[in-house]
Design a protein around this ligand. Structure first.
Ligand SMILES: Cc1cc2nc3c(=O)[nH]c(=O)nc-3n(C[C@H](O)[C@H](O)[C@H](O)COP(=O)(O)OP(=O)(O)OC[C@H]3O[C@@H](n4cnc5c(N)ncnc54)[C@H](O)[C@@H]3O)c2cc1C
Length: 581
């Protein structure tokens, strides 16, 4: 017989009181328990050493609680490093006289949909893949078209960015199976409050081969070394259940009749269906331009632009774990999350990658874009994060409309035309201004990087003091760095706020503002520059029926999990629409 009891152990600073054992129907008297078999749930606050593995937790339970358990299962885990003494908070299930179930959750059943009605999914990033799987669950047949290559082939093109300094415009860190998330840290936490939806995304990942630890950790991550295999397995599910996946197939236009979508064109090829989930990500600028040229309703969106900041990971460990020893043997590489207001705009860290690498994430020629990722063990010698400044559409003004003194102001960013092939109508266009700014800065960065993928870089303290760095620290950025006065050529709107933010972070975290850290330019792809407008209830485009703008590119997600959640929601709405027709 299984008896599940909820018990809590009072730990330092814990608000919980111990819950006494209740009498067992299988024998025993109040206060003294004669166990046959039992399962207890505990909330523990214990040292990192004891939390490290099952043996440590078992011995803690026996010593502190008098429970001689045979096994424990960790249900939730988080690290509390706010004080000098670090604790690990655990929710565990202790098994006395029996074994934990092998099955962590009921796997999702994917029926055969080979004969079912089709729904087109454009893009095989997290938004598109989760949409496709959910469509199958709901009995519909996804036809996925993806402009890039499958996740293995794609890897070769990514390697060429380093070896040949060239970016394939259809196969890179943004485009290809798995989308922008495929070669990433695979951090799976989100600020979304819809916890239930997020848990489902994690379970789908586990069902396709991700480490079950992601169901347990407060800040789960898969790691760039494991993610491609999981993505491949998701594709295999889609294919084995009767769905279709077409690589190197780029949607070039929508087929629309009387404001109802009828399908898509991919060059000469047509795919027909009355629902299209458009999950093309935030780097598909050709898609935005196409939608704009067809007067498909969108709006300009705020974004954030800055740099990658790369510190030695032992320094971040020392700061975050309040110890000269760093993380020691029992703790993972430390994370941080920082935010400040500077001159009316947010300055914040973004997509922090402990023990990771900085990667060249451009999606076309004549651009430099940086991003970060980590392997599953986060064991590298360097830790990086984006450090970005919030920019609103109204902050961006065409340079041609500004006087010389206005162009130098720190509350405006001037959009230049000289390096960009922009028509005057582009320049006046409110909707595309944030996108044009991204393009301008990425190209500027490429010019500063010697027209290669060598990224302009400056030591952090030099930047704050407006000094060119004579040399740079070692870096994980494989194409190489070039010393450059970022404080001089990046827009003042960004540099003045970054300088202010860095000073504040340095005051709050002693040792953080240092010349041991490199700033690497430029981080521009933090979110979509426009939003494709959709109805709140049906998730269909505000005018075009059957068109479901989805995921990060449409402006409704920011990260792998939220893109996955949005993909599922769009699939559900597409199924509802199909059912009602
Ligand atoms: C290096 C890197 C690291 C990251 N690390 C993390 C992280 O650790 N955690 C996290 O939560 N987020 C991370 N992100 C962000 C995350 O990857 C994105 O938020 C997420 O992938 C967005 O999902 P999406 O499906 O909406 O779009 P995307 O992932 O961008 O997918 C869009 C897909 O559509 C395809 N496509 C585009 N245009 C067309 C077309 N015309 N026809 C057919 N296909 C098209 C693209 O090739 C792409 O595969 C990282 C991003 C990068 C670049």
């Amino acid at each position: 017989m299984n008896i599940v009891q909820r018990s809590t152990i009072k730990g330092e600073g814990s608000p919980y009181s111990p819950v006494l054992y209740t009498p067992l129907p299988c024998g025993g008297v109040r206060g003294r328990v004669f166990l046959l078999t039992m399962i207890h749930e505990f909330q523990l606050r214990i040292s990192p050493r004891e939390a490290y593995d099952e043996r440590g937790i078992l011995s803690y339970l026996q010593r502190e609680k008098g429970i001689r358990a045979d096994a424990v299962q960790v249900l939730k885990r988080s690290i509390d490093a706010r004080q000098r003494t670090i604790f690990v908070n655990l929710t565990v299930r202790a098994f006395v006289g029996e074994k934990p179930q092998d099955k962590l959750f009921d796997p999702i059943y994917y029926p055969d949909v080979s004969e079912a009605e089709a729904v087109i999914v454009v893009g095989a990033g997290p938004g598109g893949l989760f949409a496709a799987l959910r469509l199958i669950e709901l009995g519909l047949r996804p036809i996925v078209v993806e402009r890039g290559k499958d996740v293995r082939e794609r890897k070769k093109d990514i390697a060429r960015i380093r070896s040949e300094q060239c970016v394939d415009a259809e196969s890179n860190y943004s485009f290809g199976e798995g989308g922008a998330g495929a070669y990433s840290d695979g951090k799976l936490y989100t600020r979304s409050k819809k916890r239930g939806d997020c848990d489902k995304i994690l379970r789908v990942f586990v069902q396709h081969g991700a480490n079950p630890n992601i169901l347990v950790d407060a800040h789960p991550h898969i790691g760039t070394d494991c993610l491609p295999r999981v993505i491949e397995n998701m594709r295999k599910t889609i294919l084995s259940r009767g769905g279709e996946v077409h690589f190197q197939t780029k949607m070039t236009s929508l087929i629309v009749e009387n404001d109802q979508v009828r399908g898509i064109r991919c060059g000469e090829r047509e795919f027909l269906a009355s629902s299209v989930i458009l999950a093309t990500g935030h780097s598909a600028r050709d898609v935005y331009r196409y939608l704009h040229s067809e007067h498909i309703e969108m709006e300009a969106k705020g974004l954030a632009i800055g740099v990658r900041l790369e510190h030695p990971s032992h320094l971040i460990d020392q700061i975050q774990y309040h110890s000269k020893e760093g993380r020691g043997k029992w703790l993972p590489a430390a994370e941080y999350s920082m935010v400040r207001q500077a001159e009316g705009r947010g300055v914040y860290s973004f997509c922090m990658c402990p023990g990771g690498v900085v990667v060249p994430a451009a999606s076309g020629p004549e651009q430099i874009v940086v991003n970060g990722m980590s392997p599953s063990n986060r064991g590298g010698r360097w830790s990086n994060s984006g450090m970005v400044v919030e920019i609103r559409p109204e902050d961006i003004m065409p340079a041609s409309l500004l006087t010389t003194s206005e162009a130098k102001r720190t509350d405006i960013i001037a959009l230049e035309t000289s390096d960009l092939n922009l028509s005057p109508s582009d320049m006046q266009d409110d909707i595309l201004r944030p996108l044009l700014l991204q393009e301008q800065l990425e190209r500027m960065c490429w010019l500063q990087g010697n027209r290669r993928q060598t990224a302009p870089s400056q030591r952090m303290a030099d930047f704050v003091n407006n000094r060119l760095s004579a040399d740079l620290n070692e870096s994980t950025y494989a194409p190489g760095l070039i010393a450059s006065p970022l404080h001089f050529w990046m827009p003042k709107f960004i540099t003045t706020r970054l300088q202010e933010g860095f000073k504040a972070f340095g005051r709050a975290y002693h040792g953080f503002l240092t010349n041991e850290a490199n700033m690497i330019a430029i981080e521009t792809r933090t979110s979509a520059p426009v939003r494709i407008l959709r109805q709140r209830e049906t998730l269909q485009h505000v005018r075009i029926r059957g068109l479901f703008p989805c995921g990060e590119g449409a402006g409704y997600a920011g990260g792998i999990v939220s893109a996955g959640v949005d993909g599922e929601r769009c699939a559900e709405m597409a199924a509802e629409k199909t059912g009602s027709e």
